[in-house]
Design a protein around this ligand. Structure first.
Ligand code: TUI
Length: 316
């Protein structure tokens, strides 16, 4: 048994599961593993330049014909180059994050690229649907990295009432209970980030994966609210330092400077005390590192079990 929703047809994938386009973690290796396993693997462009992401795209194309995507982080200094790149490379799906992709949508559509923005409000979703986006990702504040204000639980049903493109729920989902909840709220699929960071195919440093496995329910905290770009990461020396700066009302630029380069430091060098260990609130539930294929098969089976279990509550 498996699950089939609108986004399976939209992206031509077997399972309605997207892998988050996480900067430094969502490499060609991770994305190809997810796409090979029947989900939609996504390369995270983050702040990387065009040539680096071009190489990651080629890694995926070399090992699978299955569809995949590239996430464009709209605060990147290389956004325009990455937009050119996904068009040149005929990337099937583009997701966007950390801003409004409105001005690029026409070009994506003209080049037959499916566009799926992360939205953080109903108003932005409605505006983007009018410009022709194919689906939206409703990423709740439970998520890791740069976050909005609404929870997944509240945003998904409000979007479902307001727009008629498929909704992908993200933030706080790592197992079949979360997946079934997302479907109940009106989503047609899920995107998971933190769960895939703790996969065998993820190139995140072992210390980064261990930090997620050890994390408890309240360990994924938000820093940088005063800068207008709040980020959820695991509590450590860096988050405490930023907290203190925010309490002392340090200049926005000084706080942003503190965060610069810190994700790479944690992901690639394993500096989990002085680096930014971005992770969602669901980190508290993740205690193992599994092959991507197993993560996907497990969550599909669990979701079906939950749906069947819920049927048993019904009485005539
Ligand atoms: O983008 C993410 N997660 C990220 S980006 C990132 S790199 C970074 N590091 C430090 C500071 C800022 C960025 C790490 N994690 N997720 C998708 C996402 N998009 N979350 C929230 C949003 C969002 C926010 C505002 C999407 C649209 C939006 O629109 C504002 C507008 O312009 O209307």
């Amino acid at each position: 048994m498996y699950l089939n929703t609108k986004i399976c047809d939209l992206f031509d994938i077997k399972y309605p599961i997207l892998q988050g386009g996480m900067a430094w973690v969502a490499t060609g290796e991770l994305a190809s593993a997810v796409s090979k396993a029947g989900g939609l693997g996504i390369i995270g462009a983050g702040n990387a330049p065009k040539d680096v992401i071009k190489e990651e795209i080629h890694k995926v194309k070399e090992v699978t014909d299955n569809n995949f995507g590239v996430n464009i982080m709209l605060l990147s200094p290389f956004v325009d180059d990455i937009v050119d790149l996904v068009i040149e490379e005929n990337v099937p799906v583009v997701t966007t994050g950390a801003g409004n992709p409105g001005k690029y949508i026409d070009r994506f559509k003209k080049n037959n690229i499916k566009v799926v923005p992360v939205v953080s409000s109903v108003a932005l979703a409605k505006r983007l649907v009018r410009t022709g986006v194919d689906a939206v990702i409703a990423e709740g504040t439970e998520a890791g990295g740069h976050i909005g204000d609404l929870t997944t639980m509240t945003m998904v049903p409000q979007l479902a009432d307001a727009i008629d493109v498929p909704i992908i729920a993200a933030g706080g989902i790592a197992d079949g209970r979360g997946f079934a909840a997302a479907l109940s709220l009106g989503a047609s699929g899920v995107q998971m980030g933190t769960r895939f960071v703790c996969s065998i195919e993820s190139i995140a440093h072992d210390k980064y994966k261990d930090a997620i496995k050890k994390a408890r329910d309240r360990d994924a905290v938000v820093t940088g609210r005063s800068t207008g770009h709040p980020v959820r990461n695991l509590k450590n020396k860096l988050t405490r330092k930023i907290d203190n700066m925010e309490k002392q009302e340090a200049a926005k630029e000084k706080i942003e400077e503190m965060g610069a380069g810190k994700l790479r430091e944690a992901v690639r060098e394993g500096n989990i005390e002085t680096g930014s260990v971005m992770a969602g609130q669901i980190a508290g539930m993740i205690d193992d590192e599994l092959p991507v294929k197993e993560i996907i098969n497990n969550i599909i089976n669990e979701t079906i079990e939950v749906i069947e279990k819920n049927r048993n509550y019904i009485r005539e």
